[in-house]
Design a protein around this ligand. Structure first.
Ligand SMILES: [Fe+2]
Length: 274
């Protein structure tokens, strides 16, 4: 069985700076890494699905690379809408796939780990040039994905923006622009077991062309569950969490774990005397 831990939306600022003036993301990220390393000693890789930093400063990327190096397994990183790809590449050049540019302008890469191909897609755009937070894969990356999947075997795809609508109006406005093009490529392959995402800072499950897709909560703040088009964008301090995706006998199984500890487990076979 292959086991992959998944964390997302770290939103780090330089050390000592609170994210959005109020969230100590550094502390949350340290707590998440410590909890995962203590609870899951036998994993095959870690997936980090974007928004490594909140505003793209070099010091924030250097701190992120140092913290994520605490995992004793390969760490597969994709950028999100808050990331600056060039700065991320510079700080993460020792991480798998980020030292070379396979598709011009995109940080996509693929790795065979424990019998599963982890395909990392880059949905980020030049946020500074476009002033936008939506995602876009682009034709060249979709071609690369098509070619990669044709020789991948069982595969998991990691990407920041979910390739499906989530029903939260303010998040769907900054969704994946070319989700249809992505679905067309998926339809040509039968080896994708699951699509795993971030961006929406919540657990949301859907499917794309019959492939189960899951977005997971962030390791710090979450997005409010506003199931309408009118609520303004807002965050909420629901519990930080991470995903665990297991692949066994050609099937993927996904769990969500909370970073915080909720006490010592109590055996079912140990009732309190009446
Ligand atoms: Fe985010």
């Amino acid at each position: 069985m292959a086991v992959f831990v998944h964390l997302t939306d770290l939103h780090l600022r330089p050390p000592g700076v609170l994210t959005l003036g109020r969230i100590d993301t550094d502390r949350y990220v340290v707590q998440a890494i410590d909890a995962i390393n203590a609870r899951h000693p036998d994993i095959d890789a870690v997936i980090v699905s974007g928004d490594i930093t909140d505003l793209g400063e070099d010091e924030a990327y250097n701190r992120a690379a140092m913290l994520l190096s605490r995992f004793p397994v390969p760490v597969i990183v994709v950028p999100g809408n808050h990331d600056q790809t060039a700065a991320l590449r510079e700080a993460f050049r020792a991480f798998p796939g980020l030292g070379e540019e396979t598709v011009p302008g995109k940080a996509c890469h693929a790795h065979r780990v424990a019998g599963v191909t982890l395909v990392a897609l880059d949905t980020s755009i030049d946020q500074l040039a476009t002033n936008g937070h939506h995602g876009e894969l682009g034709a060249a990356q979709l071609e690369w994905l098509d070619a990669t999947l044709s020789q991948a075997g069982p595969a998991l795809i990691a990407m920041h923006h979910p390739p499906f609508g989530v029903g939260i109006g303010f998040m769907d406005k900054i969704g994946l622009a070319d989700a249809r093009g992505f679905a067309k490529v998926l339809a040509r392959h039968e080896n994708v077991l699951r699509i795993v995402c971030g961006h929406v800072h919540r657990t949301i499950v859907s499917e794309v062309g019959g492939v189960p897709a899951i977005a997971i909560p962030g390791v710090a703040h979450q997005v409010v569950m506003a199931l309408d088009d009118a609520t303004p964008a807002a965050l909420v301090m629901e519990p930080p969490a991470y995903g665990v995706h297991m692949v066994d006998n050609g099937r993927a199984i996904s769990h969500i774990g909370y970073v915080e500890s909720y006490g010592t487990p109590v055996l079912f076979d140990n009732p309190v005397p009446a």
